[in-house]
Design a protein around this ligand. Structure first.
Ligand SMILES: *Cc1c(COP(=O)(O)O)cnc(C)c1O
Length: 220
């Protein structure tokens, strides 16, 4: 199927309240432009260098989301234009984003990435750490960031019950934190598991290969 067919198929499946982040990592700007021309405004990249190369070549009303692990020393390269950083996995990183955002007199939206998968390789805060960090934000410690929600990745497995269980953990945390200070965004679900994620309460999904096709890392 073409990118256009892929994109339309996914859009048609999505409930109105679910935001689609089109994950364009490893794909060329021509492919991104094609999806943009279909009406998509929100794109996700996972590497700072790749993002800063693509950013100037594409329409400036794109809302860029950084979805991959971010090193504190690279925040400065994206602080001027990034819409949302979905992958905040430490207080140190949040502090740095806050500091760099202040230089541009901006408020950068962020999601706290929470570790819900069993896999050791995945980044993310523990539940308790996320609660503490969110409370510091609520108490006014970070004036140039807005914590708008949570992000998580489930274990890469065929076992749907496992995936559901992990998504539910994040949804419960989302509801828990929202009782005192309402959060907007619950980002979970990728090409292979987004229908399950939506079923478990996600209102933002990050979809790459189901739109752009398989990634060829050898060429990137
Ligand atoms: C690559 C990536 C995605 C998209 O993955 P697909 O399986 O291609 O949809 C989503 N979230 C994160 C954090 C990613 O790195």
């Amino acid at each position: 199927m073409s990118i256009q067919e892929n994109y339309n198929k996914i859009k048609n499946q999505l409930p109105d309240n679910v935001e689609l982040v089109a994950v364009s990592k490893t794909h060329p700007v021509t492919a991104i432009q094609e999806v943009y021309d279909l009406g998509q405004k929100v794109f996700g990249e996972n590497k700072v260098q790749e993002l800063t190369e693509k950013y100037p070549l594409l329409p400036n009303d794109i809302q860029w989301h950084l979805i991959g692990h971010l090193q504190t020393n690279k925040v400065k390269y994206i602080a001027e234009f990034i819409d949302t950083i979905q992958s905040v996995d430490s207080e140190k990183l949040l502090k740095e984003i806050n500091k760099e955002a202040a230089k541009y007199n901006r408020t950068i939206k962020v999601l706290l990435q929470v570790k819900i998968a069993e896999e050791e390789t995945k980044f993310g805060l523990e539940i308790e750490e996320a609660k503490i960090l969110f409370q510091k934000f609520v108490d006014g410690e970070f004036s140039n960031v807005q914590i708008t929600g949570l992000m998580g990745m489930a274990t890469f497995t065929e076992d749907e019950n496992q995936v559901r269980k992990e998504f539910k953990v994040l949804k419960d945390l989302f509801d828990d934190l929202s009782t005192t200070n309402p959060l907007q965004t619950l980002s979970m679900g990728m090409s292979d598991d987004f229908p399950i994620a939506i079923d478990c309460g996600a209102n933002s999904i990050r979809v790459g290969s189901a739109i752009f096709g398989r990634r060829d890392y050898a060429q990137s």
